[in-house]
Design a protein around this ligand. Sequence first.
Ligand code: ADP
Length: 282
Amino acid sequence: MSRYEPPVTNPREPISLAIRDVSKWYPIRDPATGAIGRLDVLASITQEVARGRFVSVIGPSGCGKSTLLEIVAGLREPSGGEITVLGQRVTGPHPLLAVVFQEDSTLPWRTVLENVELGLEVRGVPRPQRRATSEQIVDLVGLAGFERAYPSELSGGMRQRVAIARALALEPEVLLMDEPFGALDQQTRIYIGSELLEIWERTRKTVLFITHDMGEAVFLSDEVWVMTHRPGRIKAVVPIDLPRPRDADMLTSPRFHELTAQLWSELAPEAKLALSSNASEL
Ligand code: ADP
């Protein structure tokens, strides 16, 4: 089996992902009066991600993190603004983008290899080619030997690796991850986070990673965007200068704690606002 080679990067296109003036509102019905109003969820978000960067987005619950990711993925239309990937406008699901969701998205009746092949199958890639690509990616994510196993025979962490492999098999420019380890216990989360970093070191994909976990954001990222309470804006971009490659021992380092504290100082007032507003909506 040949080794997986990440696609060659083009230095003339250093910006992978651009988010320009993106806003989103949803129509909502006032339960008391029946009048239709609007809920402003995202307000004029403009950010760029350079090729190969690992960026996390953190913010209080309900601030629009998932909405932002779905808009970037082309799964939801923004109310205003635009998304481009390598300069190409995103108007729907785009071949340069792949998404890994929080919930276990493996299909229980398909083997690991068949699960990894799924996206390529949907794209109409011929069987021998999709099998060869999937075998390489299964190896890359450390699941060699489990090709013929079914999801029920795997741990939750391994199933998420299958979901990551399925996304990587599409050879995306940008990997979009929406709380992919949210359903896992904390220890598993730390280890699968380290594994994700190993995979990322090998592929150097651009990653946009949604999380509500500050430690996870610091451990994984090159920079963290902190969002405000709804309507979500980016209130701070915190560069993470922990050296790479990283391992779980860094979680006890003084710099890790300083960076986590810095994130919390930005996030705490927003979390408080979100709590009081959610309470008043109950
Ligand atoms: P987060 O991921 O930060 O928790 P979301 O993006 O899931 O936030 O949601 C942001 C806000 O938008 C929430 O208040 C949510 O209730 C609201 N929302 C999400 N989808 C819809 C929809 N289809 N219609 C109306 N409101 C929505």
